[in-house]
Design a protein. Structure first.
Length: 227
């Protein structure tokens, strides 16, 4: 039996959310590299559809499957999952890279925003992009599709471990997404990764200022040990 996934404390979660203007995907992955976790980014192709700002949130996982039969309960678990969202969570929809339907759109966005979600990341498809962009809700997806998910795709479980692009995502892991991509920080390492990421961000500021003031790149690297 596997050990239960680590959970972030409320103070740790708040610290991550407050760092959204300071911490980005590249910086987080640099820190994870130093801990031997070298494959914590989702593969290229999951794009920022509605925002240019970095997004941070705690993973709210939904597992989706494709199907083709008539199912009047297609939406049931999907709606229950969104109704159970908590402030600061980022919706993670794992579809197995399916573009069969637009599994997320304007109405789900309305409900997610009302519940304080920070955004959505999916390896699947979304629709209603213009409306979601106007609403200011961060949406990251691998593709788009105008089709409704009814009788095409459905949620079969939520708040469970999922995998996207061979990256394991546990409920409550920290998700960092921006125009560079999407990073997953295991909850058990979240505190130290944040501390080290903020420390490196400070050194990068010093490096940048030194170079702007005329210091050579090699000298700056020798002094600050960041790049």
């Amino acid at each position: 039996m596997s050990a239960p996934a680590a959970k972030l404390s409320r103070s740790s979660a708040e610290a991550w959310l407050k760092a959204s203007g300071r911490v980005n995907v590249a910086l987080v992955l640099d820190i994870l590299d130093t801990k031997g976790l070298r494959r914590q980014a989702l593969r290229p192709g999951i794009m920022a559809r509605t925002t240019r700002e970095p997004v941070i949130g705690l993973a709210k996982t939904l597992l989706w499957v494709d199907f083709a039969h008539d199912d009047p309960s297609t939406y049931d678990l999907e709606l229950k999952a969104i109704d159970s969202l908590r402030p600061g969570e980022c919706v993670i929809c794992a579809t197995g890279n399916s573009s069969r339907a637009g599994i997320w759109g304007e109405l789900l966005t309305t409900a997610a925003m009302q519940r304080g979600a920070t955004g959505i990341v999916t390896d699947g498809a979304v629709r209603d992009i213009a409306q979601m962009e106007a609403m200011g809700f961060p949406v990251f997806s691998r593709s788009t599709s105008p089709y409704d998910s009814f009788n095409r795709q459905k949620v079969v479980a939520f708040d469970v471990r999922v995998e996207i692009d061979d990256v394991t995502i546990e409920p409550g892991d920290v998700i960092v997404a921006d125009q560079d991509g999407v990073a997953v920080v295991p909850a058990g390492l979240a505190d130290e990764v944040l501390a080290e990421a903020l420390d490196k961000a400070g050194k990068e500021d010093e490096f940048r200022d030194a170079v702007r003031n005329g210091m050579g790149l090699f000298e700056a690297y020798e002094k600050f040990h960041v790049l």
